[in-house]
Write a protein that binds this ligand. Structure first.
Ligand code: AR6
Length: 231
């Protein structure tokens, strides 16, 4: 049985069936062909100045704990450059623990262009948000709100106005949203991590007992949100 996407009509893609060859053609939504995949940035480790070594332990441990619940779905930690320290740390620690690298891996690219520029299909992306769930600011938050346009702001407002540290909110994207129709992203999960930057609200003043607890809660909440889209 061949699954032929109904829309592949370019003449040089057409193959002629051989005698007696049975071909069944049925419509397959492109979204259904993609393995459910969450792409997420390293929460709190840039503008919020969280320690990279501690963050990498938490990312690897929470991802490892969630993989068995996720079926064939994948978790992908994304950052912008090949020199990313957090990607190197996580890659090394995941490999030491023999975590399946087909289901949990790192990827270099802009999280808003993973499909169009990186060839990576992700149906859900996470945002390292601020407590007001406002667009702008810097980092990945500014990039995601800019790429998604006003649709994401409206869809976010329909669900929440603020977020507590360690929590997340799952926001479905309408099909009119550029991130949905150009990149195949159906949901954005806003996550608020712990803040160690004295110039940002709710600074924890280097209290890593509280900080690690909140970062663990943040990833747990993020992966639970993703799990709810898979089930
Ligand atoms: N694609 C992939 N990764 C990115 C991108 C991108 N386009 N942009 C940044 N990163 P940050 P935080 C990586 O600072 O520390 C915002 O202003 C980046 O290299 O975005 O949680 C919010 O409004 C780093 O590894 O998030 C909050 O106020 C990771 O994303 C505050 O910053 C997270 O960096 C949140 O700070």
């Amino acid at each position: 049985v061949s699954a032929v996407p109904a829309a592949s009509s370019s003449s040089n893609e057409v193959t002629t069936p051989k005698a007696n060859e049975k071909i069944e053609i049925f419509r397959v939504s492109p979204a259904k062909l993609v393995v459910p995949t969450l792409a997420f940035p390293s929460i709190s480790t840039a503008d919020f100045q969280f320690d990279l070594d501690k963050a990498s332990d938490i990312i690897v441990e929470t991802a490892e704990a969630f993989l068995p619940k996720l079926g064939s779905a994948r978790l992908v930690l994304v950052d912008l450059s090949h020199g990313s320290k957090i990607l190197s740390l996580v890659k090394a620690k995941a490999s030491r623990k023999n975590i399946d690298s087909g289901r949990f891996f790192t990827f270099v690219g802009d999280i808003t262009k993973l499909h169009s520029q990186g060839g990576l299909h992700c149906n859900v992306i996470a945002n390292a948000a601020n407590w007001r769930l406002k667009s702008g600011g810097g980092g990945v938050n500014a990039a995601i709100f800019k790429a998604a346009g006003p649709d994401l702001e409206a869809a976010t407002r329909a669900r929440a106005n603020t977020l507590l540290p360690g929590k997340s909110v799952l926001v479905p994207l309408p099909s009119t949203c550029p991130l949905h129709n150009a990149e195949g992203i159906t949901h954005v999960i806003h996550v608020l991590g712990p803040n160690m930057n004295p110039n940002r609200p709710d600074c924890l003043n280097n209290d890593y007992t509280k900080g690690c607890k909140i970062l663990r809660e943040a990833y747990t909440s993020l992966f639970e949100g993703f799990l709810s889209t898979v089930q």
